[in-house]
Write a protein that binds this ligand. Structure first.
Ligand SMILES: *Cc1c(COP(=O)(O)O)cnc(C)c1O
Length: 411
């Protein structure tokens, strides 16, 4: 009899999005003519930037010729893409990141979970609450946690609450940890971290010899030029951080698939025997064994993000979503609701009216306004009493959703 990875049995049955789907289906069965506006799922809606599409068309045409054909590429990604990233995203912002510290992949979701391949068991782990569920579930699958309690919290993880009281900035752990997941601008709260807040984390990690896994999937949405876009803008971060970035949200690559992970050469961990081991070496070994690279055509599309036309088009795309976010914030505030985020991220974190739970408010919006949201409690215990609205939609749909919420009398 084949044995399974029994850690999977600790996972709470993929609760959030299936339950949302179940409620939508039940509602639609009773109201077949209702035109639902979906502000729930974190997927982009606007078409690809023309510069990216044109670059992919050219690359695809080349693949059909003897001279322009490409087979397996380098596992780490083509140098021209890694160099464009190093230059634009890091060196231009004053970060000493080199092209060979960048690993191209087909997504940050997989990288943030695959990274556990090179980290040992027994690390003390901190995640925020609410949290992007991938960080937690991948640790459960790897056997790094105990079972979940009635509140859905797994044994062995330290949860750092993001609350209105602490301005949604992650408090330092109360007992020492070795591995810290941070995501700023944050999904789901839509709140960004300041340089001073990130410096506190880098200082913590250096003094505890801990590793920060920094998810910067939403950096393009930062509006304030004073705010850091990368953990590597923080002094000392290269000694204690890995950064995950993605073309999914800035350039609309959720269906095209391209991302990258930055592993500084200076970064080390410890072996069981106490010797210092290069994390870059381990990740490089991991990728070249288990990964065969992202398609040539897609990498050419990602490279075009850094062309002058691509930069302009991506900025327009981001501006468009951020105007949606501003509209959502402004309309909901005018109804008397308390909202957070939405200033440097495409998510708005809405406090439910007093005494109304996340799921109750979800139902009110669904039934009263035919608007789909995401219950905050689905992202963690501290998300109870909130819902997340996403700015990823057309202007007309966002305006329609806000008008309907106003009419439904929610307050
Ligand atoms: C969307 C998102 C990503 C990007 O994932 P991809 O696999 O690159 O599409 C990463 N982290 C967070 C928190 C996200 O919301």
């Amino acid at each position: 009899m084949v044995l399974v990875n029994s850690h999977y049995q600790k996972l709470q049955a993929g609760y959030l999005f299936p339950e949302i789907q179940r409620r939508i289906k039940a509602f639609a069965a009773d109201h077949p003519d209702a035109d639902l506006i979906r502000l729930g799922i974190g997927d982009v809606t606007e078409p690809l930037p023309p510069a990216c599409r044109e670059a992919m068309e050219t690359a695809l045409a080349a693949m059909g010729t003897a001279e322009g054909f490409h087979g397996y590429g380098p596992e780490q990604g083509y140098p021209w893409l890694r160099e464009a990233i190093a230059h634009h995203d890091y060196q231009q912002r004053g970060c000493a990141i080199e092209a060979d510290e960048i690993f191209i992949s087909d997504g940050s979701k997989c990288d943030t979970s695959n990274i556990l391949d090179i980290l040992g068991p027994g690390n003390r782990i901190a995640v925020t609450d609410p949290v992007y569920p991938v960080y937690v579930d991948s640790n459960v699958m790897a056997g790094h946690t105990g079972p979940a309690d009635e509140q859905g919290r797994y044994g062995g993880l330290q949860y750092l609450p993001l609350t209105a009281d602490n301005h949604f900035s992650a408090p330092l752990p109360s007992t020492p940890v070795d591995l810290i997941y941070l995501c700023f601008p944050n999904n789901p709260t839509g709140v960004v971290a300041t340089g001073a807040e990130l410096q506190r984390w880098v200082d913590y990690a250096r003094s505890h010899k801990a590793l920060i896994l920094f998810d910067g999937a939403y950096e393009a949405f930062i509006r304030d030029p004073e705010l850091p876009h990368s953990i590597f803008e923080i002094d000392g971060a290269q000694e204690c951080s890995i950064e995950f970035r993605s073309f999914s949200k800035n350039a609309g690559f959720t269906g095209t698939r391209c991302a990258f992970t930055v592993v500084p050469k200076a970064l080390t961990g410890q072996s069981h025997g106490g010797e210092s081991v290069s994390l870059w070496n381990l990740w490089s070994r991991r990728q070249s064994t288990k990964f065969n690279g992202v398609g040539y055509v897609v990498q050419r599309g990602a490279e075009a993000v850094y062309s002058p036309a691509g930069q302009k088009q991506v900025a327009q795309l981001v501006d468009f979503y951020m105007e949606n976010a501003a509209l959502i914030c402004q309309q909901l505030r005018s109804l008397g609701l308390t909202v957070y985020g939405g200033q440097h991220a495409p998510y708005v974190w809405v406090k439910t009216p007093d005494g109304v739970s996340s799921w109750q408010f979800f139902d009110q919006l669904l039934r009263g306004a035919h608007v789909v949201s995401t219950p905050g409690s689905g992202f963690g215990f501290a998300g109870e009493g909130y819902i997340r609205l996403s700015a990823f939609n057309s202007r007309a749909r966002v305006e329609g959703a806000m008008a309907r919420i106003a009419q439904s009398g929610v307050q």
